[in-house]
Ligand binder design. Structure first.
Ligand SMILES: [Zn+2]
Length: 253
């Protein structure tokens, strides 16, 4: 007897071949058989009229804040998504401080308002739905660890790194060599804590709540490359970057 048998579903296995109506049996947490399953399962599921497929991975989400008040990360699971990646486009809410000192409330407030603006989230939800009691990316991950229903991973966001290192200057000038080194250190710490990679944007559509380009849009090419280079120290991590919206120009290509 199998643990679970899902019967008469349209099996779409993710290999690209056409879907087919079949049964799917699970034993010991693994798919044991796909085809006609005559044996019974402890649990039987009638999937007639439904698709049976591997879970989808949504590589571009902004669940960084919602994760605190909605542990299901709705509506993604309703669409068959079983893994989400957050922290895209450079818009993370960690770290909140660069050094050992206290968090500058103005930096945390900036990152909160920027995220609310660029992703169209209600500011009140971000103010009331999050504890805002972490300092580092590692502490941010600790707050969410074991609380979420789908699998979730998060990138380390450029605009957050830039803001906590440069404060108000993050949206007005290029970074110094020392500031870039400090951003690299924070990125490295975030990746060591389990961050899935580095994210950034130069898209002209990304302005903060005051209408000014978000911090990462003030970065030089050298700063961007310096930060991207840290990712290679952590095998399996990735880069996410929005170079532009609309048609790509020669520079973007
Ligand atoms: Zn995005």
């Amino acid at each position: 007897m199998y643990d679970v048998v899902i019967r008469n579903g349209l099996i779409v296995d993710g290999t690209g071949r056409p879907g087919r109506i079949a049964d799917l049996a699970i034993a010991g947490g693994r798919i044991a058989k796909i085809g006609e399953v005559t044996e019974a399962g402890v649990e039987e599921i009638d999937a007639n009229g439904h698709v049976v497929s591997p879970g989808f991975i949504d590589i571009h989400t902004h669940y960084d804040a919602q994760a605190f008040w909605d542990s299901t990360l709705s509506p993604s699971p309703l669409h068959g998504v079983t893994t989400v990646i957050g922290g895209n486009c450079g818009f993370t809410i960690a770290p909140l401080v660069a050094g050992d000192g206290p968090v500058d409330p103005k930096d945390a407030d900036y990152l909160m308002r920027m995220l609310a603006r660029v992703e169209g989230m209600p500011l009140e939800s971000l103010q009331q739905g999050l504890p805002w009691d972490w300092r580092t990316t590692e502490e941010y991950f600790d707050r969410l660890d074991g609380t979420l229903m789908p699998n979730a991973g998060f990138l380390i966001g450029h605009s957050a790194l830039r803001r906590v290192v440069m404060h108000e200057d993050a949206t007005s000038r290029e970074a110094t060599t020392e500031e870039i080194a400090e951003m690299q250190r924070l990125l490295r710490a975030g990746l060591a804590a389990g961050g899935m990679g580095f994210s950034s944007t130069w898209s002209t559509s990304h302005n903060d709540h005051t209408g000014v380009p978000v911090p990462s849009r003030h970065a030089s090419r050298d700063e961007l490359v310096a930060l991207c280079s840290v990712v290679r120290e952590f095998p399996g991590t990735t880069l996410e970057f929005i170079p532009a919206v609309g048609q790509f120009g020669q520079e973007t290509l």
